[in-house]
Design a binder for this molecule. Structure first.
Ligand SMILES: NC(=O)c1ccc[n+]([C@@H]2O[C@H](COP(=O)([O-])OP(=O)(O)OC[C@H]3O[C@@H](n4cnc5c(N)ncnc54)[C@H](O)[C@@H]3O)[C@@H](O)[C@H]2O)c1
Ligand SMILES: [Zn+2]
Length: 354
């Protein structure tokens, strides 16, 4: 088992290894005294892993209640959050009790937000079951639900007490979910870690999934330690996301987040005027991981979608642009130039046959 220590407003460990789900109660007991705990999952994960988590926590002395909700992003809203808070109230959870988020990013974001606001904040433990949640959403303390006026628009910063990633669970993920998470790992490689990128480039890294998760978490640890509340360098984590969110929205959410972010990274590289070889290298890494490289939408539609991005500060958008694998820079672009950026990126994509 690997342990990565995160230092933020609260310190906590991220544990990564095989077979950790069945030890999750025991591992949690080392940081949270046995108490009442609410295990929160979507219905898919609840069916697959809920009993095993419950057995482990009960065996370790926790008094377990469970809450599940329909799987999917559409559940990450105030309505499900209210149901969850009511279930916590009915189960009489007190401020010294615990929420366990067992699932992907949807579960982690929503259960984490419930933990942030229930009785003004109780502890929570993340047990990510998707690669995306393991490499990204379970670390860093951002929690939220979606609103009619935008994704993740209501939430809080609330750090978990512990993150437990069972890599056996990740290995059993459907291929689509693995590639969805791989896009965020490729992002970490392009941002900061050429060795991680090289590992992912081969496409055959499942037997080294511990290494992939650990490298991404270590990178996120460093970024979050310097900018927990997202006012500075945390912006780097948005590589591919301004373009990617726009693509996601234009696809009517048919493309998964990671698929859109992958194309978004390519477009960022093209918009930055990166050498052709670098763009081709990123494209081939995406393909090796089952991710698409072609953007089906026009510049005007993309720019309009991007303008709804909450990360826009005043009249400008901060883009993360690659220089090489392992090095990126931030560039503030006036909103009026955004459409031109998309046009340049699409033209370069077309010229390269992507
Ligand atoms: N908080 C953050 O910093 C942060 C960062 C990135 C993304 N996010 C959020 O994360 C969410 C996306 O996360 P996600 O991709 O994990 O989505 P998700 O939680 O909806 O999981 C994707 C699908 O995989 C299924 N699933 C989960 N674990 C499984 C398993 N082990 N085996 C089989 N199926 C399994 C789920 O039931 C779901 O249908 C978005 O809402 C996004 O906003 C948050
Ligand atoms: Zn993302």
């Amino acid at each position: 088992m690997r342990t990565i220590h995160i230092s933020a407003s609260k310190d906590y460990d991220v544990l990564i290894g095989e077979g950790l789900l069945d030890k999750s109660g025991e591992l949690t007991r080392k940081v949270v005294k046995p108490c009442k705990c609410m295990i929160v999952s979507d219905d898919t994960v609840d069916e697959l892993y809920g009993d095993r988590a419950q057995i482990s926590f009960s065996y370790s002395g926790f008094d377990v209640v469970r809450f599940s909700f329909p799987a999917g992003e559409a559940s990450k809203n105030l309505e499900t959050l209210t149901d969850l808070l009511n279930a916590m109230g009915e189960a009489k959870l007190s401020r010294s009790d615990l929420v366990v988020a067992l699932g992907g990013g949807v579960t982690g974001d929503m259960a984490g937000f419930a933990a942030a606001i229930y009785t003004r904040g109780i502890r929570f433990v993340q047990i990510p079951t998707t690669l995306l949640a393991a490499v990204d959403s379970s670390v860093g303390g951002k929690t939220a639900v979606d609103m009619p006026f935008g994704k993740n628009m209501v939430g809080a910063f609330h750090q978990p007490s512990l993150v437990i990633t069972d890599t056996d669970v990740l290995r059993d993920l459907p291929a689509l979910q693995l590639s969805n998470g791989a896009a965020e790992a490729i992002k970490c490689g392009v941002l900061n870690d050429p060795a991680l990128f090289a590992l992912l480039e081969g496409g055959e890294w499942l037997d080294q999934i511990d290494e992939v998760v650990a490298r991404c978490v270590a990178y996120k640890r460093d970024v979050v330690a310097g900018d927990e509340f997202d006012t500075g360098n945390r912006a780097f984590l948005n590589l591919g996301h301004t373009f990617g969110h726009a693509i996601e929205i234009c696809s009517g959410l048919k493309l998964l987040h990671g698929q859109a972010v992958g194309i978004g990274m390519l477009m960022a590289a093209a918009a930055a005027g990166c050498p052709e070889a670098l763009i081709r290298q990123i494209a081939s890494c995406l393909r090796a991981n089952g991710l698409p490289t072609h953007c089906d939408y026009g510049a005007a539609a993309l720019a309009e979608a991007a303008l709804n991005d909450k990360k826009r500060a005043g009249g400008a958008i901060t883009l993360v642009l690659p220089e090489s694998v392992g090095a990126c820079f931030l560039k503030k672009v006036p909103v009026s130039e955004l459409s031109g950026c998309f046009e340049r990126a699409l033209a370069s994509q077309a010229a390269l046959g992507l």
